[in-house]
Design a protein around this ligand. Structure first.
Ligand code: UDP
Length: 270
């Protein structure tokens, strides 16, 4: 039986954390390794939450202790952004690759078909989540969609939404309600959700349904996905990215400088 303990308190053979980047600890997994780890967890009857953290979320965690605790307590945390992968090299704890939530959706759906695992999609507008399910069912023939629902509901409906997931028998749940709304929901309803693996995927349903475009791969590799998003929604995102990116660059530079001075002091002079 899956355990009902809070995220992070599960036992099981989670991989060791491999990289500490500022206030975040990240698992050194590729997207494919992450998928296999999640499938193994489901097969073993265990439970866990996966957090995908990008620079904006990492900075948000610094001023939001509840979000920081949630991510710290997640069973797995992966780096959803090239700048984080680069930063991991500064501390000589290199992460093997970026793991984007939206890529995990596709890869996990493919494996869910093979393994006969039921999936539930919660979040976004009603039409968007419906379209997302349609797209994924087309891409992954035989996908066992146990249910889906929009992400616009009040606190009084949260428990009923969570119980609907449990009653559907879905073992894998994607929650796409934006950060930190989805994390609060998952934390509060963890005991009622039933699903074994739960992943917050932000605005991914909007992209899968075709409402928003995803940056081309060369832009992703250049670490500029945020700029691509900014170009699509400049008014809403300008302040967010200006603040979080400058904060990240400042903190990383400061950490790198203090590290260099530590190394210098620790190195014996000839
Ligand atoms: N969303 C939701 N419920 C809400 C607010 C937003 O399901 O109460 C969905 C929204 O439709 C979108 C996703 O959450 O699909 C991400 O929203 P947004 O772009 O506002 O998140 P952000 O980029 O600010 O994290």
């Amino acid at each position: 039986m899956p355990s009902d303990t809070m995220p992070g308190l599960e036992t099981g053979s989670s991989p060791p954390r491999q990289a500490q980047i500022l206030n975040g600890r990240f698992d050194g997994l590729t997207a494919d390794q992450t998928v296999e780890e999640l499938i193994r967890t489901i097969r073993a009857g265990e439970r866990g939450i996966l957090s995908t953290v990008n620079v904006a979320i990492l900075m948000m965690m610094r001023s939001n202790p509840r979000l920081q605790r949630f991510v710290d307590g997640s069973r797995w945390t992966v780096a959803d952004g090239q700048p984080l992968v680069w930063a991991s090299h500064l501390w000589q704890q290199p992460l093997p690759a970026r793991v984007a939530g939206i890529d995990l959706i596709d890869k996990l759906c493919a494996r869910a078909v093979e393994e006969g695992i039921g999936v539930y999609f919660l979040g976004a507008e009603a039409g968007t989540v419906r379209a997302t399910v349609g797209v994924l069912q087309n891409r992954h023939r035989g996908l066992d969609v146990r249910g889906y629902a929009d992400g616009y509901f009040g606190p009084d409906q949260a428990e009923a939404r969570a119980r609907a997931v449990a009653e559907s028998g879905a073992r894998l749940l994607f929650v796409a309600m934006g950060v930190p709304r989805q994390e609060y929901f998952i934390e509060e309803q963890w005991k009622n959700l039933g699903a074994q693996v739960v992943i917050g995927v932000g605005g991914s349903f909007d992209v899968i349904a075709g409402l928003r475009r995803r940056a081309p791969v060369f832009i992703q590799r250049a670490g500029l996905e945020w700029a691509y998003r900014l170009a699509q929604e400049p008014r809403r995102l300008f302040r967010r990215y200006l603040v979080t990116n400058s904060q990240f660059v400042g903190l990383i530079s400061w950490s790198a400088l203090t590290q260099i001075s530590h190394i210098r002091r620790a190195t014996p002079r000839p």
